[in-house]
Design a protein around this ligand. Sequence first.
Ligand code: KIV
Ligand code: ZN
Length: 510
Amino acid sequence: MSENVIIFDTTLRDGEQSPGASMNTAEKLRLATQLEKLGVDVLEAGFPVASEGDFDAVTNIAAKLKKTEVAALARTSKGDLDRAWGAIQNAAKPRIHTFIATSDIHLEYKLKMSREAVVKAAVEAVKYSRSFTDNVEFSAEDGSRSDRDFLCKVFEAVIEAGATTINLPDTVGYAIPEEFSDLVKYVKSHTPNIHKAVLSVHCHNDLGLATANTIAAINAGARQAEVTINGIGERAGNTSLEEVVMALHTRPNYLPASTRIKTDQIYPTSRLVSMITGIMVQPNKAIVGANAFAHEAGIHQDGVLKNPMTYEIMKPETIGLSANKLVLGKHSGRHALRSHLKDLGYDLSDEELKIVFKKFKELADKKKHVVDEDLEVIVTEGILRTTEIFDLEYLHVTCGTTVLPMASVKLSINGRSVRGAGYGNGPIDAAFNAIAKLAGAGSELLRFSISAITGGTDAQGEVTVRLSENGLIALGRGADPDIITASAKAYVNGLNRLEYLKAHPVEVVA
Ligand code: KIV
Ligand code: ZN
Protein backbone atom coordinates (compact mmCIF):
# COMPACT_ATOMS: atom_id res chain seq x y z
CA MET A 1 0.00 0.00 0.00
CA SER A 2 1.57 3.32 -1.05
CA GLU A 3 1.89 6.15 1.43
CA ASN A 4 0.00 9.42 1.04
CA VAL A 5 1.69 12.66 0.04
CA ILE A 6 -0.11 15.72 1.38
CA ILE A 7 -0.77 18.22 -1.39
CA PHE A 8 -0.34 21.76 -0.11
CA ASP A 9 -1.51 24.18 -2.76
CA THR A 10 -0.11 27.71 -2.67
CA THR A 11 -1.56 29.07 -5.93
CA LEU A 12 -3.37 31.77 -3.98
CA ARG A 13 -0.25 32.83 -2.07
CA ASP A 14 3.05 32.05 -3.81
CA GLY A 15 1.20 31.75 -7.14
CA GLU A 16 -0.27 35.19 -6.70
CA GLN A 17 3.27 36.51 -6.36
CA SER A 18 3.72 35.97 -10.13
CA PRO A 19 4.13 39.42 -11.66
CA GLY A 20 0.69 40.73 -12.58
CA ALA A 21 -1.25 37.78 -11.18
CA SER A 22 -3.27 39.64 -8.58
CA MET A 23 -6.79 38.34 -8.03
CA ASN A 24 -9.74 39.98 -6.33
CA THR A 25 -11.60 38.34 -3.43
CA ALA A 26 -14.44 36.97 -5.59
CA GLU A 27 -11.90 35.36 -7.93
CA LYS A 28 -9.93 33.90 -5.03
CA LEU A 29 -13.08 32.45 -3.48
CA ARG A 30 -14.06 30.84 -6.76
CA LEU A 31 -10.59 29.36 -7.16
CA ALA A 32 -10.52 28.15 -3.56
CA THR A 33 -13.83 26.34 -4.10
CA GLN A 34 -12.40 24.66 -7.18
CA LEU A 35 -9.20 23.69 -5.34
CA GLU A 36 -11.31 22.02 -2.66
CA LYS A 37 -13.16 20.14 -5.41
CA LEU A 38 -9.79 19.11 -6.86
CA GLY A 39 -9.05 17.57 -3.48
CA VAL A 40 -6.01 19.51 -2.25
CA ASP A 41 -5.33 18.68 1.40
CA VAL A 42 -4.11 22.13 2.42
CA LEU A 43 -4.78 25.42 0.69
CA GLU A 44 -2.54 28.37 1.50
CA ALA A 45 -5.02 31.21 1.08
CA GLY A 46 -2.68 34.18 1.43
CA PHE A 47 -0.41 36.33 3.55
CA PRO A 48 -2.90 38.30 5.70
CA VAL A 49 -0.46 40.92 6.96
CA ALA A 50 0.56 41.88 3.40
CA SER A 51 -2.60 43.86 2.63
CA GLU A 52 -6.22 44.44 3.63
CA GLY A 53 -7.25 42.66 0.43
CA ASP A 54 -5.24 39.56 1.40
CA PHE A 55 -6.69 39.57 4.90
CA ASP A 56 -10.24 39.79 3.50
CA ALA A 57 -9.69 37.05 0.97
CA VAL A 58 -8.17 34.67 3.52
CA THR A 59 -11.02 35.37 5.98
CA ASN A 60 -13.65 34.64 3.34
CA ILE A 61 -11.93 31.47 2.14
CA ALA A 62 -11.48 30.25 5.72
CA ALA A 63 -15.19 30.68 6.37
CA LYS A 64 -16.17 28.87 3.19
CA LEU A 65 -14.04 25.71 2.99
CA LYS A 66 -15.17 22.79 5.11
CA LYS A 67 -12.99 19.86 4.03
CA THR A 68 -9.69 21.49 3.13
CA GLU A 69 -7.21 22.86 5.65
CA VAL A 70 -6.77 26.61 5.19
CA ALA A 71 -3.28 27.95 5.86
CA ALA A 72 -2.24 31.57 6.39
CA LEU A 73 1.37 32.69 6.02
CA ALA A 74 3.17 34.80 8.63
CA ARG A 75 6.70 35.86 9.42
CA THR A 76 7.79 35.17 13.00
CA SER A 77 6.59 38.46 14.52
CA LYS A 78 3.56 38.55 16.80
CA GLY A 79 1.95 41.16 14.56
CA ASP A 80 2.11 38.81 11.57
CA LEU A 81 0.92 35.82 13.58
CA ASP A 82 -2.01 37.73 15.12
CA ARG A 83 -3.07 38.84 11.67
CA ALA A 84 -2.75 35.32 10.25
CA TRP A 85 -4.78 33.83 13.09
CA GLY A 86 -7.32 36.66 12.83
CA ALA A 87 -7.99 35.65 9.24
CA ILE A 88 -8.29 31.88 9.71
CA GLN A 89 -9.72 31.54 13.21
CA ASN A 90 -13.15 30.57 11.84
CA ALA A 91 -11.85 27.94 9.44
CA ALA A 92 -13.01 24.36 9.91
CA LYS A 93 -9.35 23.29 9.72
CA PRO A 94 -6.97 26.23 10.25
CA ARG A 95 -3.17 26.06 9.90
CA ILE A 96 -0.63 28.77 10.71
CA HIS A 97 2.40 28.72 8.43
CA THR A 98 5.29 30.70 9.85
CA PHE A 99 8.73 31.15 8.29
CA ILE A 100 12.15 32.66 8.72
CA ALA A 101 15.28 32.37 6.62
CA THR A 102 18.05 30.05 7.76
CA SER A 103 20.84 30.53 5.16
CA ASP A 104 23.88 32.56 6.17
CA ILE A 105 23.46 34.89 3.21
CA HIS A 106 19.90 35.77 4.29
CA LEU A 107 20.94 36.09 7.93
CA GLU A 108 23.81 38.42 7.16
CA TYR A 109 22.33 40.65 4.47
CA LYS A 110 18.56 40.48 4.82
CA LEU A 111 17.72 39.73 8.44
CA LYS A 112 20.95 40.98 10.04
CA MET A 113 20.43 38.36 12.73
CA SER A 114 22.71 35.78 14.33
CA ARG A 115 21.93 32.08 14.08
CA GLU A 116 20.98 32.03 17.77
CA ALA A 117 18.51 34.89 17.27
CA VAL A 118 16.93 33.04 14.32
CA VAL A 119 16.42 29.88 16.37
CA LYS A 120 14.88 31.96 19.17
CA ALA A 121 12.52 33.81 16.80
CA ALA A 122 11.46 30.55 15.12
CA VAL A 123 10.79 28.79 18.44
CA GLU A 124 8.85 31.74 19.88
CA ALA A 125 6.76 32.02 16.71
CA VAL A 126 5.86 28.35 16.80
CA LYS A 127 5.01 28.47 20.52
CA TYR A 128 2.89 31.57 20.01
CA SER A 129 1.12 29.93 17.05
CA ARG A 130 0.43 26.86 19.18
CA SER A 131 -1.47 29.10 21.61
CA PHE A 132 -3.98 29.53 18.74
CA THR A 133 -3.99 26.13 17.03
CA ASP A 134 -2.28 22.76 17.18
CA ASN A 135 -1.75 22.80 13.40
CA VAL A 136 1.47 24.76 12.86
CA GLU A 137 3.85 24.63 9.93
CA PHE A 138 7.36 26.07 10.05
CA SER A 139 9.40 26.88 6.91
CA ALA A 140 13.15 27.46 6.80
CA GLU A 141 13.33 29.97 3.96
CA ASP A 142 16.31 29.36 1.64
CA GLY A 143 16.66 25.99 3.37
CA SER A 144 18.46 24.39 0.43
CA ARG A 145 21.32 26.91 0.73
CA SER A 146 21.52 26.72 4.52
CA ASP A 147 24.20 25.02 6.55
CA ARG A 148 22.85 21.47 6.92
CA ASP A 149 23.57 21.07 10.60
CA PHE A 150 22.13 24.48 11.45
CA LEU A 151 19.03 23.60 9.43
CA CYS A 152 18.58 20.38 11.42
CA LYS A 153 19.12 22.30 14.66
CA VAL A 154 16.35 24.76 13.73
CA PHE A 155 14.02 21.93 12.74
CA GLU A 156 14.68 20.07 15.98
CA ALA A 157 13.97 23.20 18.01
CA VAL A 158 10.72 24.08 16.23
CA ILE A 159 9.42 20.52 16.44
CA GLU A 160 10.20 20.59 20.15
CA ALA A 161 8.24 23.88 20.31
CA GLY A 162 5.23 22.24 18.66
CA ALA A 163 5.55 22.51 14.86
CA THR A 164 3.58 19.70 13.24
CA THR A 165 4.92 20.23 9.71
CA ILE A 166 8.44 21.36 8.84
CA ASN A 167 9.01 22.65 5.36
CA LEU A 168 12.27 22.66 3.45
CA PRO A 169 12.10 25.25 0.66
CA ASP A 170 14.40 25.57 -2.32
CA THR A 171 13.48 29.25 -2.32
CA VAL A 172 15.71 30.34 -5.18
CA GLY A 173 15.35 27.19 -7.30
CA TYR A 174 19.04 26.33 -6.91
CA ALA A 175 18.94 22.66 -5.99
CA ILE A 176 19.72 19.69 -8.24
CA PRO A 177 17.55 16.57 -7.77
CA GLU A 178 20.24 14.23 -6.40
CA GLU A 179 21.53 16.92 -4.08
CA PHE A 180 18.02 17.78 -2.85
CA SER A 181 17.20 14.13 -2.27
CA ASP A 182 20.41 13.85 -0.29
CA LEU A 183 19.47 16.91 1.78
CA VAL A 184 16.05 15.44 2.62
CA LYS A 185 17.72 12.21 3.73
CA TYR A 186 20.21 14.21 5.80
CA VAL A 187 17.44 16.16 7.53
CA LYS A 188 15.60 12.91 8.23
CA SER A 189 18.61 11.26 9.77
CA HIS A 190 20.04 14.26 11.67
CA THR A 191 16.89 15.74 13.21
CA PRO A 192 16.27 13.50 16.23
CA ASN A 193 12.54 14.29 16.66
CA ILE A 194 11.71 14.35 12.92
CA HIS A 195 9.19 11.50 13.36
CA LYS A 196 6.94 13.92 15.29
CA ALA A 197 6.35 16.15 12.24
CA VAL A 198 5.50 15.86 8.56
CA LEU A 199 8.47 16.71 6.35
CA SER A 200 7.47 18.98 3.48
CA VAL A 201 9.26 20.45 0.45
CA HIS A 202 8.63 23.66 -1.48
CA CYS A 203 10.55 24.13 -4.73
CA HIS A 204 10.96 26.98 -7.17
CA ASN A 205 11.62 26.50 -10.85
CA ASP A 206 14.52 28.83 -11.66
CA LEU A 207 16.52 26.00 -13.24
CA GLY A 208 13.43 24.19 -14.52
CA LEU A 209 13.94 21.51 -11.85
CA ALA A 210 11.10 22.17 -9.41
CA THR A 211 9.11 19.05 -10.27
CA ALA A 212 12.23 16.87 -10.47
CA ASN A 213 13.40 18.14 -7.08
CA THR A 214 9.98 17.58 -5.52
CA ILE A 215 9.76 14.03 -6.86
CA ALA A 216 13.31 13.31 -5.69
CA ALA A 217 12.37 14.61 -2.23
CA ILE A 218 9.26 12.42 -2.10
CA ASN A 219 11.40 9.43 -3.03
CA ALA A 220 13.72 10.37 -0.20
CA GLY A 221 10.87 10.50 2.33
CA ALA A 222 9.16 13.91 2.16
CA ARG A 223 5.42 13.53 2.68
CA GLN A 224 4.08 16.98 1.83
CA ALA A 225 4.60 18.74 -1.50
CA GLU A 226 3.97 22.47 -1.84
CA VAL A 227 2.77 23.25 -5.34
CA THR A 228 0.77 25.61 -7.53
CA ILE A 229 -1.59 25.06 -10.44
CA ASN A 230 0.19 25.51 -13.79
CA GLY A 231 3.37 26.05 -11.76
CA ILE A 232 2.67 29.79 -11.44
CA GLY A 233 4.62 31.73 -8.85
CA GLU A 234 7.42 34.14 -8.08
CA ARG A 235 9.97 34.46 -10.98
CA ALA A 236 10.06 31.15 -12.90
CA GLY A 237 7.30 29.77 -10.70
CA ASN A 238 6.76 26.95 -8.23
CA THR A 239 6.49 23.20 -8.61
CA SER A 240 3.40 22.49 -10.65
CA LEU A 241 0.68 20.48 -8.91
CA GLU A 242 -0.40 18.65 -12.04
CA GLU A 243 3.12 17.45 -12.85
CA VAL A 244 3.78 16.00 -9.40
CA VAL A 245 0.33 14.44 -9.09
CA MET A 246 0.42 12.86 -12.54
CA ALA A 247 3.98 11.60 -12.11
CA LEU A 248 2.92 9.79 -8.94
CA HIS A 249 -0.27 8.60 -10.62
CA THR A 250 1.40 7.39 -13.81
CA ARG A 251 4.47 5.70 -12.27
CA PRO A 252 3.18 3.94 -9.13
CA ASN A 253 5.57 1.06 -9.74
CA TYR A 254 8.52 3.43 -9.36
CA LEU A 255 7.26 6.11 -6.99
CA PRO A 256 6.31 5.09 -3.45
CA ALA A 257 3.43 7.49 -2.75
CA SER A 258 0.06 8.66 -4.00
CA THR A 259 -2.21 11.68 -3.49
CA ARG A 260 -5.92 12.28 -2.84
CA ILE A 261 -6.24 14.56 -5.86
CA LYS A 262 -9.22 13.97 -8.13
CA THR A 263 -7.23 13.96 -11.32
CA ASP A 264 -10.24 14.64 -13.55
CA GLN A 265 -10.43 18.10 -11.98
CA ILE A 266 -6.90 19.02 -13.04
CA TYR A 267 -7.72 20.44 -16.46
CA PRO A 268 -10.75 22.51 -15.33
CA THR A 269 -8.67 23.92 -12.47
CA SER A 270 -5.79 24.77 -14.79
CA ARG A 271 -8.18 26.60 -17.14
CA LEU A 272 -9.73 28.50 -14.27
CA VAL A 273 -6.32 29.66 -13.00
CA SER A 274 -5.25 30.96 -16.38
CA MET A 275 -8.61 32.57 -16.88
CA ILE A 276 -8.59 34.37 -13.57
CA THR A 277 -4.92 35.37 -13.51
CA GLY A 278 -4.54 36.07 -17.22
CA ILE A 279 -1.40 33.89 -17.23
CA MET A 280 -1.72 31.62 -20.22
CA VAL A 281 -0.33 28.11 -20.17
CA GLN A 282 2.47 27.55 -22.68
CA PRO A 283 1.28 25.11 -25.40
CA ASN A 284 4.00 22.54 -24.66
CA LYS A 285 3.46 22.62 -20.88
CA ALA A 286 3.39 19.10 -19.44
CA ILE A 287 -0.07 17.71 -18.60
CA VAL A 288 -2.19 20.83 -19.23
CA GLY A 289 -0.62 22.52 -22.28
CA ALA A 290 -2.72 22.65 -25.46
CA ASN A 291 -0.26 20.28 -27.18
CA ALA A 292 0.19 17.88 -24.28
CA PHE A 293 -2.09 15.30 -25.92
CA ALA A 294 -1.81 16.45 -29.54
CA HIS A 295 0.01 14.17 -31.95
CA GLU A 296 1.41 15.93 -34.97
CA ALA A 297 3.70 13.36 -36.60
CA GLY A 298 1.98 10.90 -38.93
CA ILE A 299 3.71 7.93 -37.40
CA HIS A 300 2.44 8.94 -33.96
CA GLN A 301 -1.09 9.54 -35.20
CA ASP A 302 -1.13 6.14 -36.83
CA GLY A 303 0.07 4.46 -33.62
CA VAL A 304 -2.43 6.32 -31.44
CA LEU A 305 -5.31 5.34 -33.73
CA LYS A 306 -4.29 1.69 -33.45
CA ASN A 307 -3.74 1.86 -29.69
CA PRO A 308 -3.54 5.17 -27.76
CA MET A 309 -1.01 3.70 -25.36
CA THR A 310 1.61 3.49 -28.15
CA TYR A 311 2.36 7.18 -27.64
CA GLU A 312 0.13 8.29 -24.77
CA ILE A 313 1.30 7.52 -21.26
CA MET A 314 -1.81 9.13 -19.76
CA LYS A 315 -5.38 9.27 -20.96
CA PRO A 316 -6.72 12.80 -21.59
CA GLU A 317 -9.89 11.88 -19.66
CA THR A 318 -7.79 11.19 -16.56
CA ILE A 319 -7.01 14.89 -16.23
CA GLY A 320 -10.56 15.90 -17.20
CA LEU A 321 -9.85 16.70 -20.82
CA SER A 322 -12.80 15.15 -22.55
CA ALA A 323 -13.47 15.13 -26.28
CA ASN A 324 -17.18 14.74 -25.62
CA LYS A 325 -17.92 18.01 -23.93
CA LEU A 326 -21.52 18.91 -23.45
CA VAL A 327 -22.40 21.68 -25.86
CA LEU A 328 -25.19 24.14 -25.41
CA GLY A 329 -26.83 26.11 -28.19
CA LYS A 330 -29.24 28.98 -28.58
CA HIS A 331 -32.23 26.75 -27.83
CA SER A 332 -30.84 25.60 -24.49
CA GLY A 333 -32.88 26.89 -21.59
CA ARG A 334 -32.07 28.52 -18.28
CA HIS A 335 -32.51 25.20 -16.49
CA ALA A 336 -29.96 23.34 -18.63
CA LEU A 337 -27.53 26.21 -18.25
CA ARG A 338 -27.89 26.31 -14.46
CA SER A 339 -27.42 22.56 -14.12
CA HIS A 340 -24.41 22.53 -16.45
CA LEU A 341 -22.78 25.44 -14.62
CA LYS A 342 -23.31 23.56 -11.37
CA ASP A 343 -21.42 20.58 -12.83
CA LEU A 344 -18.62 22.97 -13.72
CA GLY A 345 -18.53 24.15 -10.11
CA TYR A 346 -20.46 27.41 -10.41
CA ASP A 347 -23.39 27.54 -8.00
CA LEU A 348 -25.04 30.78 -9.10
CA SER A 349 -27.68 32.84 -7.38
CA ASP A 350 -30.83 33.72 -9.39
CA GLU A 351 -29.47 37.21 -9.97
CA GLU A 352 -26.13 35.87 -11.23
CA LEU A 353 -27.83 33.31 -13.44
CA LYS A 354 -29.85 36.09 -15.03
CA ILE A 355 -26.66 37.94 -16.03
CA VAL A 356 -24.95 34.79 -17.27
CA PHE A 357 -28.02 33.60 -19.20
CA LYS A 358 -28.27 36.91 -21.04
CA LYS A 359 -24.59 36.77 -22.02
CA PHE A 360 -24.93 33.11 -22.97
CA LYS A 361 -27.82 33.92 -25.34
CA GLU A 362 -25.83 36.75 -26.90
CA LEU A 363 -22.90 34.42 -27.51
CA ALA A 364 -25.11 31.58 -28.78
CA ASP A 365 -26.48 33.99 -31.40
CA LYS A 366 -22.96 34.47 -32.73
CA LYS A 367 -21.59 30.99 -32.18
CA LYS A 368 -23.42 27.72 -32.88
CA HIS A 369 -21.96 25.61 -30.07
CA VAL A 370 -21.20 27.08 -26.68
CA VAL A 371 -18.74 24.81 -24.84
CA ASP A 372 -17.37 24.73 -21.29
CA GLU A 373 -14.52 27.11 -22.06
CA ASP A 374 -17.01 29.68 -23.38
CA LEU A 375 -19.13 29.39 -20.24
CA GLU A 376 -16.08 29.89 -18.04
CA VAL A 377 -15.34 33.12 -19.88
CA ILE A 378 -18.91 34.33 -19.43
CA VAL A 379 -18.89 33.60 -15.70
CA THR A 380 -15.43 35.06 -15.13
CA GLU A 381 -16.20 38.24 -17.04
CA GLY A 382 -19.82 38.58 -15.91
CA ILE A 383 -19.73 37.53 -12.25
CA LEU A 384 -16.27 37.31 -10.76
CA ARG A 385 -15.05 40.71 -11.92
CA THR A 386 -17.28 42.51 -9.53
CA THR A 387 -15.63 45.74 -8.50
CA GLU A 388 -14.79 47.16 -11.89
CA ILE A 389 -14.13 50.86 -12.47
CA PHE A 390 -14.03 50.76 -16.25
CA ASP A 391 -16.52 48.90 -18.39
CA LEU A 392 -16.54 48.72 -22.18
CA GLU A 393 -20.05 49.59 -23.31
CA TYR A 394 -19.56 50.06 -27.01
CA LEU A 395 -16.81 49.69 -29.61
CA HIS A 396 -16.89 50.48 -33.30
CA VAL A 397 -13.85 50.30 -35.55
CA THR A 398 -13.20 51.16 -39.16
CA CYS A 399 -10.18 49.68 -40.84
CA GLY A 400 -9.08 48.19 -44.13
CA THR A 401 -6.56 48.67 -46.88
CA THR A 402 -7.51 52.23 -47.77
CA VAL A 403 -8.60 53.92 -44.55
CA LEU A 404 -6.82 55.20 -41.48
CA PRO A 405 -7.90 52.82 -38.69
CA MET A 406 -10.26 54.59 -36.30
CA ALA A 407 -12.13 53.45 -33.21
CA SER A 408 -15.02 55.04 -31.41
CA VAL A 409 -15.64 53.87 -27.88
CA LYS A 410 -18.18 54.29 -25.11
CA LEU A 411 -16.68 53.55 -21.73
CA SER A 412 -18.37 53.53 -18.38
CA ILE A 413 -16.15 54.98 -15.65
CA ASN A 414 -17.52 54.34 -12.18
CA GLY A 415 -20.98 54.06 -13.71
CA ARG A 416 -20.78 57.28 -15.79
CA SER A 417 -20.70 56.83 -19.59
CA VAL A 418 -18.18 58.74 -21.68
CA ARG A 419 -17.51 58.62 -25.42
CA GLY A 420 -14.41 59.22 -27.48
CA ALA A 421 -12.46 58.22 -30.57
CA GLY A 422 -8.89 57.37 -31.44
CA TYR A 423 -6.70 56.61 -34.42
CA GLY A 424 -3.92 54.07 -34.67
CA ASN A 425 -1.78 52.09 -37.05
CA GLY A 426 -4.30 49.23 -36.87
CA PRO A 427 -7.78 48.70 -35.39
CA ILE A 428 -6.45 47.36 -32.08
CA ASP A 429 -4.03 50.25 -31.69
CA ALA A 430 -6.88 52.66 -32.48
CA ALA A 431 -9.18 51.01 -29.93
CA PHE A 432 -6.47 51.08 -27.24
CA ASN A 433 -5.72 54.75 -27.96
CA ALA A 434 -9.39 55.68 -27.67
CA ILE A 435 -9.80 53.76 -24.41
CA ALA A 436 -6.56 55.12 -22.93
CA LYS A 437 -7.63 58.70 -23.67
CA LEU A 438 -11.03 58.23 -22.01
CA ALA A 439 -9.61 56.37 -19.01
CA GLY A 440 -6.73 58.84 -18.57
CA ALA A 441 -4.45 55.81 -18.58
CA GLY A 442 -0.72 56.37 -18.16
CA SER A 443 0.25 52.73 -18.40
CA GLU A 444 2.63 51.14 -20.86
CA LEU A 445 1.62 48.08 -22.86
CA LEU A 446 4.40 45.57 -22.27
CA ARG A 447 2.92 42.55 -23.98
CA PHE A 448 -0.01 41.57 -26.14
CA SER A 449 -0.90 38.00 -27.09
CA ILE A 450 -3.81 36.38 -28.82
CA SER A 451 -5.02 32.81 -29.23
CA ALA A 452 -8.23 30.88 -29.87
CA ILE A 453 -10.04 29.36 -26.88
CA THR A 454 -11.25 26.32 -28.78
CA GLY A 455 -10.95 24.96 -32.32
CA GLY A 456 -13.08 26.09 -35.26
CA THR A 457 -13.34 29.39 -37.10
CA ASP A 458 -16.17 30.54 -34.83
CA ALA A 459 -13.98 30.07 -31.73
CA GLN A 460 -13.67 32.96 -29.32
CA GLY A 461 -10.41 34.86 -29.50
CA GLU A 462 -8.63 35.12 -26.16
CA VAL A 463 -6.35 38.10 -25.64
CA THR A 464 -3.98 38.85 -22.77
CA VAL A 465 -2.17 42.10 -22.20
CA ARG A 466 0.51 43.04 -19.68
CA LEU A 467 0.40 46.64 -18.50
CA SER A 468 2.85 48.51 -16.35
CA GLU A 469 2.52 51.76 -14.44
CA ASN A 470 4.87 53.15 -11.77
CA GLY A 471 6.34 49.75 -11.02
CA LEU A 472 2.95 48.01 -10.83
CA ILE A 473 2.29 45.26 -13.33
CA ALA A 474 -1.16 43.99 -14.23
CA LEU A 475 -2.36 41.34 -16.63
CA GLY A 476 -5.62 41.80 -18.46
CA ARG A 477 -7.64 39.18 -20.25
CA GLY A 478 -10.60 39.32 -22.60
CA ALA A 479 -12.46 36.95 -24.88
CA ASP A 480 -14.92 37.45 -27.68
CA PRO A 481 -15.70 35.92 -31.07
CA ASP A 482 -14.46 39.27 -32.47
CA ILE A 483 -10.73 39.61 -31.79
CA ILE A 484 -10.73 43.42 -31.75
CA THR A 485 -13.46 43.41 -29.12
CA ALA A 486 -11.53 40.70 -27.22
CA SER A 487 -8.46 42.96 -27.31
CA ALA A 488 -10.40 45.97 -26.05
CA LYS A 489 -11.91 43.88 -23.24
CA ALA A 490 -8.44 42.63 -22.26
CA TYR A 491 -7.10 46.19 -22.19
CA VAL A 492 -10.02 47.41 -20.06
CA ASN A 493 -9.55 44.43 -17.71
CA GLY A 494 -5.84 45.27 -17.40
CA LEU A 495 -6.70 48.88 -16.53
CA ASN A 496 -9.16 47.66 -13.89
CA ARG A 497 -6.52 45.40 -12.39
CA LEU A 498 -4.05 48.27 -12.26
CA GLU A 499 -6.65 50.33 -10.37
CA TYR A 500 -7.17 47.39 -8.01
CA LEU A 501 -3.42 47.20 -7.34
CA LYS A 502 -3.25 50.93 -6.68
CA ALA A 503 -6.12 50.63 -4.19
CA HIS A 504 -4.67 47.55 -2.45
CA PRO A 505 -1.01 48.26 -1.82
CA VAL A 506 0.93 45.20 -0.78
CA GLU A 507 3.54 45.45 1.96
CA VAL A 508 7.01 44.57 0.71
CA VAL A 509 7.95 41.57 2.76
CA ALA A 510 11.56 41.14 3.80
O1 KIV B 1 9.96 30.06 -1.32
C1 KIV B 1 9.86 30.14 -0.09
O2 KIV B 1 10.83 29.99 0.67
C2 KIV B 1 8.54 30.45 0.45
C3 KIV B 1 8.38 30.28 1.93
C4 KIV B 1 7.57 31.38 2.53
C5 KIV B 1 7.81 28.93 2.22
O3 KIV B 1 7.63 30.72 -0.28
ZN1 ZN C 1 8.06 30.06 -2.37
